[in-house]
Design a protein around this ligand. Structure first.
Ligand code: SPV
Ligand code: MG
Length: 552
């Protein structure tokens, strides 16, 4: 970093992109820039770990469907750069072709680039409109003095002290030889270029390495090894090269991937085949930062009182699932490309349950979905559901949903819970299946209610819970709880009070939700029942898991 830029950086602000790029140029290590051509590819370059981006002229043009012949105007390129710069935090070196005109165009371009936080521009000593270096033979070069004037105009126009201008030498490409390349490098360096880029279209690196030997690091040297990809990178390092640019490989990779995908869908007249091979739509949301928007909505949109809270109990392992839960809890088991918990949270968010707290326990570090709040029941092995719920006590306020972390159900069941006017409402399967002799290793949550379901599910009268438990007499069973409950503000208060009562009685750590609801109903509070026609499951064992796949 130069002394000037050090002044610009206060103790608590990170160095600017321009300063970081300048540090890369001047560092003793070989650095790398990876090509990007739009916001998405720029984000991918950054998430991969690269320290900087090459905004390739060839790639940006190709992505716009035009040739690398200045067919896209410089302001169109500027617009692409703005998207790339806005959505990334690493420096961008833009391929500025010939500076998009003469010294005057260069001045204006540099100002606009600085405004958009672009760290550096590389300009090549060819004529406008440019032609890609790998096309044709012996392209005419710019007049040396004219090109030096362009460099000076750029340096005089930069509004950030560390903005860099790299002068790209096309003498070797045009067959004018090493002496001409060195003569021009000297002139451009004297005109103020911060580095030179020596370009070659030979299939080995020899002339580039010969240049670096002659040049002897009078200023940093940048290379683009597209045509000599087999040269070991260490040779560049040994030659003291400052930056190697991987110039067009994301654009080319995207062509390969898009062709394969399009052709397969065309052939198969179906998207099923490619579906597993490509990223999920959820990944796209993640890459484009939708989580941040959800957070911002909570902060800035007026609250219309309809946002709800959710508490998901996900502390248990799900030991019946054997190997599948050896390294993660069952709520993170993948069902058709998405963890159970991800599916549950999407259903909750679709019902405007925006503020979701997950209670973790077994392998808690594996539960790491974005935009959720987490609390941990570290004693999950020796405690029950209410001990987990107690960990999320602070979240049991207002309009609130409680759900098991392993349940799948139809989205509209949530709407029905919210439509019911009882303070506590639970969803119960009216088409519950009888207990069988092999059933259950785990506990079934049966309910008894004031009225049996008519089983037409259209116009059920208000129904309320009378009893709940695994051991209800078969004749008393009217349904099976599906692991989903909803409370109003008053309902949340009733739940908290009953938990306090259980705590006082020393029963909180071992009791389950069924005990809680049973006790509340027994105390005379009306717990509403929404009868649902099956179409749900909780994933307890391998057969549930395959049923889950079918369910979806
Ligand atoms: C680009 O990526 O647009 C370049 C590098 O200018 S090259 O295509 O090798 O000329
Ligand atoms: Mg280019």
């Amino acid at each position: 970093m130069t002394a000037q830029s050090a002044l610009q950086v206060s103790a608590d602000s990170p160095p600017s992109k321009a300063s970081r790029f300048r540090a890369m140029l001047n560092s003793k290590n070989l650095e790398f820039l990876m090509e990007a051509h739009n916001g998405l590819s720029a984000k991918i370059v950054e998430e991969t770990g690269f320290s900087g981006i090459w905004a390739s002229g060839l790639s940006m043009s190709a992505a716009l469907g035009v040739r690398d012949n200045n067919e896209a105007s410089w302001t169109q390129i500027l617009e692409v750069l703005e998207f790339m710069s806005d959505c990334t935090s690493i420096p961008i070196l833009v391929d500025g072709d010939t500076g998009w005109g003469n010294f005057n165009n260069m001045r204006r371009a540099v100002v606009k680039l600085c405004q958009r936080d672009i760290a550096a521009i590389c300009i090549e000593d060819k004529l406008f409109p440019k032609t890609n270096s790998f096309l044709g033979d012996g392209q005419p070069l710019a007049d040396i003095d004219e090109f030096c004037g362009k460099i000076k105009a750029g340096k005089d126009s930069q509004t950030h002290p560390d903005f860099s201008i790299i002068a790209r030498l096309e003498a070797l490409i045009s067959g004018l030889g090493m002496a001409e390349a060195l003569r021009r490098a000297e002139a451009y360096h004297a005109a103020g270029a911060d580095a030179v880029l020596i370009h070659s279209k030979k299939s080995d690196a020899e002339e580039v390495l010969a240049f670096t030997r002659e040049w002897a690091n009078r200023c940093p040297v940048v290379i683009v090894p597209t045509k000599y990809p087999w040269t070991p990178t260490d040779r560049f390092r040994e030659a003291g090269i400052s930056i190697a640019i991987w110039a067009n490989h994301n654009m080319r990779a995207s062509i390969t991937a898009m062709r394969e995908t399009s052709r397969r869908i065309y052939r198969e007249e179906s998207i099923e085949g490619v579906d597993k091979e490509i990223v999920k739509v959820r990944d796209v949301f993640e890459l484009t930062g939708n989580d941040e928007l959800s957070e911002a909505e909570k902060r800035y949109l007026p609250s219309d009182g309809e946002g709800h809270r959710g508490i998901v109990l996900a502390a248990s392992r799900g030991a019946e699932l054997g190997k599948l839960t050896e390294d993660k809890p069952k709520c993170m088991i993948d069902v058709r490309g998405e963890p159970l918990l991800g599916r549950l949270v999407s259903a909750l968010k679709n019902a405007r349950v925006n503020d979701v707290t997950v209670v973790r326990g077994y392998k808690k570090d594996q539960i790491n979905l974005p935009s959720l709040s987490y609390v941990d029941n570290d004693l999950y092995e020796n405690t029950g559901e209410l001990a987990s719920l107690a960990c999320a006590r602070a979240a049991i306020t207002g309009s609130c949903i409680i759900a098991y972390g392993d349940v799948l159900f139809r989205q509209y069941y949530l709407d029905q819970l919210f439509e019911h006017n009882a303070d506590i409402v639970i969803a119960a399967d009216a088409l519950w299946k009888e207990r069988t002799s092999s059933d259950p290793k785990w506990v079934r949550d049966f309910i008894s209610a004031t009225v049996k379901s008519s089983q037409d599910f259209i116009d059920d009268k208000p129904v309320y819970l009378t009893a709940m438990g695994a051991d209800l007499a078969t004749t008393d069973i009217h349904g099976e709880w599906i692991g989903l409950a909803r409370m109003t503000e008053r309902g949340s208060e009733i739940i908290r009070d009953e938990m306090d009562a259980l705590q006082k009685e020393g029963k909180l750590n071992t009791a389950g939700l069924v005990d809680l609801f049973h006790r509340i109903a027994n105390k005379g509070h009306k717990i509403g029942i929404v009868y649902v026609p099956g179409q749900w499951l909780d994933v307890d064992d391998a057969s549930d898991l395959s049923a889950a796949g079918r369910f979806l």
